[in-house]
Design a protein around this ligand. Structure first.
Ligand SMILES: CC(C)(COP(=O)(O)OP(=O)(O)OC[C@H]1O[C@@H](n2cnc3c(N)ncnc32)[C@H](O)[C@@H]1OP(=O)(O)O)[C@@H](O)C(=O)NCCC(=O)NCCS
Length: 200
């Protein structure tokens, strides 16, 4: 993947640059995740594990900058249909992080948009997220993916049904197959799937 910086313009907000992360960005990624999630070690640990996990590849890892300061990060890791023979490429968005002083300025939305563009470029067909049901539908995600044919890797508590969401990425929409979703080993444990705060 290339590593060019390019500028996106959000409404009248701030001028943000987004690019793919490189190995030397590792400490900045961890710092952004730590700051955005209020020091939650479980999220930081998950990010470290995902970045070291070959089963999470192909990954899309993007960093947002404001005047060269890292202010946001988004990670998409590989997913798949865990039953049957359908081998199409799927992804899970987790986590999305914007540091507190730059929240509510459109940075999260921009990271999602840029990530989705790149997922399409690598041929991913569906992207899933476990996250805030008031937030992600603004960016194309459809709530309550399980009854649509896409159960999450682990059962999600009923009050968070809406938080497990899907977004189609190809011209075939949701007609690319159905099935239970499998995920990278690093997030393949029930504790990552028990609330709407984590891992997305
Ligand atoms: C959630 C988060 C990624 C959003 O990024 P952001 O850059 O602040 O969001 P954007 O500027 O793109 O969008 C802002 C809008 O989303 C809304 N929004 C932000 N966080 C929200 C949430 N948790 N639930 C519902 N709506 C939310 C804001 O109220 C705002 O609405 P408005 O446009 O009507 O004023 C960011 O706040 C963050 O990193 N939070 C801490 C970590 C976290 O919770 N990550 C996601 C877990 S699912």
């Amino acid at each position: 993947m290339n590593n060019e910086k390019h500028t996106e313009h959000m409404e009248p907000k701030i001028n943000i640059q987004i690019r793919e992360t490189q190995p030397e960005d590792y400490n900045d990624i961890i710092q952004v995740e730590y700051d955005a999630f209020g020091g939650r070690e479980d999220v930081v640990g998950l990010v470290k594990d995902l970045l070291a996990d070959e089963t999470s590849e192909p990954r899309i890892s993007l960093m947002a900058f404001y005047q060269d300061k890292p202010i946001g990060h988004i990670l998409f890791t590989k997913a798949y249909f865990s039953e049957g023979n359908n081998q199409i490429l799927l992804h899970i968005l987790a986590p999305l992080a914007v540091i507190p002083e730059f929240q509510n300025k459109g940075v999260g939305g921009l990271l999602i948009k840029e990530g989705i563009k790149r997922l399409k470029m690598i041929g991913s067909k569906l992207v899933f997220v476990l996250g805030h049901a008031d937030y992600y539908p603004r960016h194309g995600f459809i709530p309550n993916a399980a009854p649509m044919g896409y159960p999450a890797p682990y059962p999600i508590p009923a009050q968070y049904d809406n938080c497990w969401m899907v977004q189609p990425l190809s011209e075939n929409g949701l007609n690319v197959g159905k099935g239970k979703i499998g995920c990278a080993k690093a997030m393949d444990a029930p504790e990552h799937w028990t609330d709407d705060e984590h891992p997305a």
